[in-house]
Design a protein around this ligand. Structure first.
Ligand code: SAM
Ligand code: DTB
Ligand code: SF4
Length: 363
């Protein structure tokens, strides 16, 4: 049995990534079967509860206010709208709703209280609830836990080295700190990244070292292929070959045997055969629904047809971990404590981010 190891090195991970493809697939599929049912895939639905207008400068993101993209921004969704969307997702076979907000960090106040109510509402529908709201404090993580949050998504996105070439408005260390804050609550950790941003193979391995050496390792790891959106600094990036996705998924499976590896953004560019190889290599989760946060995703019916062809079954909610209890607001032990955390703002210049910002101003 291959158990969780926390002392992986970049060299070891690169050696795995670069194995002959058949060796890599065999190794990853063997480890996958030791820990998971290979015919079960967890299905999550994304819901953008607050879209666009984000103050950060993430070079890949269409929701950063400083770049000119075609997305339609929205204020925070109402709880009833969220409930209706969650019910739709449940009816289409999803066991988890992942709510994303285009925020740098969570601020205590009415909007966060509204998110807490969304969490309570979805958990009471017996679905797993995930949030991705930017950086959070330990107190905020504990309040989310009390509301019944199952997972918190906070991606490392790339290696610590390459992070400086992608984002200048926060540091890699801030991401690790938020993950640490989530770990101090009972909420599970979802953290992964993006490939196809111009990074080296060493950066892909570096990101996996950072994730795999967390103790415990994240319960889920999303692997996204960059969706190159017009107007963002990465609009001209070439799509990655499917082989890179297969290698990345397989390597993630080998170094994090127990985690749920999620085949995330970029599936519209992948054939069914390509996705099938990713499932064989250890991917056991997807985002379903015709939209990710702002960009297209395969049609739900097409995904269900792919599941039928491959004999895959959607995983039931709370199969891996028991359902968290929801405490109503009146029973809550934690309240807003008005912290003002010092998240960093390195502020160095990233040329391609600056160029995209200038272009946006002049358009
Ligand atoms: N604002 C919060 C944050 O950054 O943590 C949550 C929302 S943010 C959109 C969540 C994740 O979406 C990012 O960490 C990134 O991994 C992914 N993402 C954003 N834009 C993407 C793109 N164009 N292609 C692939 N993944 C993307
Ligand atoms: C993750 O790793 N990928 C999802 C989810 N976690 C929040 C987001 C993908 C976003 C792709 C670009 C968009 O649709 O805006
Ligand atoms: Fe904002 Fe998150 Fe997009 Fe970065 S990835 S610009 S923090 S929404």
């Amino acid at each position: 049995m291959n158990e969780e190891r926390h002392n992986w090195t970049k060299e070891e991970i690169l050696d795995i990534y670069n194995l002959p493809m058949m060796e890599l697939l065999y190794k990853a599929a063997t480890i996958h079967r030791e820990h998971h049912d290979p015919n079960t895939v967890q299905v999550s639905t994304l819901l953008s509860i607050k879209t666009g207008g984000c103050p950060e400068d993430c070079g890949y993101c269409p929701q950063a206010a400083r770049y000119h993209t075609d997305i339609e921004g929205n204020d925070l969704m109402t709880v009833s709208h969220v409930k209706a969307q969650a019910l739709r997702a449940k009816a289409s076979g999803s066991s988890r709703v992942c709510m994303g907000a285009a925020w740098r960090n969570v601020k205590d106040g009415p909007e966060f209280n509204q998110v807490l109510e969304m969490v309570r509402t979805i958990n009471k529908l017996d679905m797993e609830v995930c949030c991705t709201l930017g950086m959070i404090t330990e107190n905020q993580a504990k309040r989310l836990a009390e509301a019944g949050l199952y997972a918190y998504n906070h991606n490392l996105d790339t290696s610590e080295d390459y992070y400086k070439d992608v984002i200048s408005t926060r540091a890699f260390q801030d991401r690790l700190e938020t993950i640490d804050n989530v770990r101090k609550s009972n909420v599970t950790v979802c953290s992964g990244g993006i490939i196809g941003m111009g990074e080296k193979l060493e950066d892909r391995a570096g990101m996996l070292v950072a994730l795999a050496t967390l103790n415990p390792q994240p319960e889920s790891v999303p692997i996204n292929a960059l969706v190159a959106v017009e107007g963002t600094p990465m609009e001209d990036m070439e799509p990655i070959p499917i082989w890179d996705m297969i290698r990345m998924v397989a390597t993630t499976r080998v170094v994090m045997p127990k985690t749920q590896v999620r085949l995330s953004a970029g599936r519209t560019e992948m054939s069914r055969e390509g996705q099938a190889m990713c499932f064989f290599a250890g991917a056991n989760s997807i985002f379903a629904g015709d939209k990710l946060l702002t960009t297209p995703n395969p049609d739900v019916n097409e995904d269900m047809e792919m599941f039928r062809l491959l004999g895959l079954q959607p995983q039931k909610a709370f199969e891996k971990m028991p359902q968290p209890k929801t405490l109503d607001e009146e029973e809550s032990q934690y309240e807003a404590i008005g912290e003002r955390p010092k998240w960093s703002r390195p502020g160095h210049t990233i040329e391609r981010n600056e160029l995209a910002k200038q272009k946006s101003k002049s358009s």
